[in-house]
Design a protein around this ligand. Sequence first.
Ligand SMILES: [Zn+2]
Length: 202
Amino acid sequence: MSRLVPILDNGHGGMIGGVYQTAGKRSPKWELGTLYEGMFNRWIVNGIIEQLDIMAIPYYHVSPEPRDVSLGTRCDRANTIHSKDPNTYLLSIHANIGGGKGTGIEGFTSTGATASDRIAELFLCNIENDMCNERMRFDYYSDGDRDKERDYRVLTGTNGPALLMELGFMDHPSDYKKLWDKWHRQELINSLVGSIDQLYNE
Ligand SMILES: [Zn+2]
């Protein structure tokens, strides 16, 4: 039993009284309306939390408030948790923007071989198998695993393993429709929960 426990992070602010709390970080205003990234990220993290509660799998959450908790604060919270409970890893949930051209799912760890790589590989391998109609923007060839490596603050500012998932592009017409689709989101949530379950129970 590896008993690894996720520290969940929904990137960016959410909605307060119908007002999105973060500048930018949204889709174009197309036929289904504006998809605000922080709102979408909460839909996913809240769906994960619902299943983890039912499965009695523990978790932490560094950004439960609807306000936009800064990256520094989210890193500090994750590091405080990790210092008390070292068997934890950060899972930061996002949706992407790609100038209208990008499409698909990708996952990032910090650069170099780290403890994050094994965890990221499990999430990305599972999501590739679970969502077989989705385009995966994986980096198979540079170092043999699926993650891309980028020094995002939430990845380098946290002391434990950390993975950032981008679940689709808000400004790509077909990704935009999928991100609004409840059943598509449920498939994403189910895959992420499956990986969390494996890291805790296997
Ligand atoms: Zn984001």
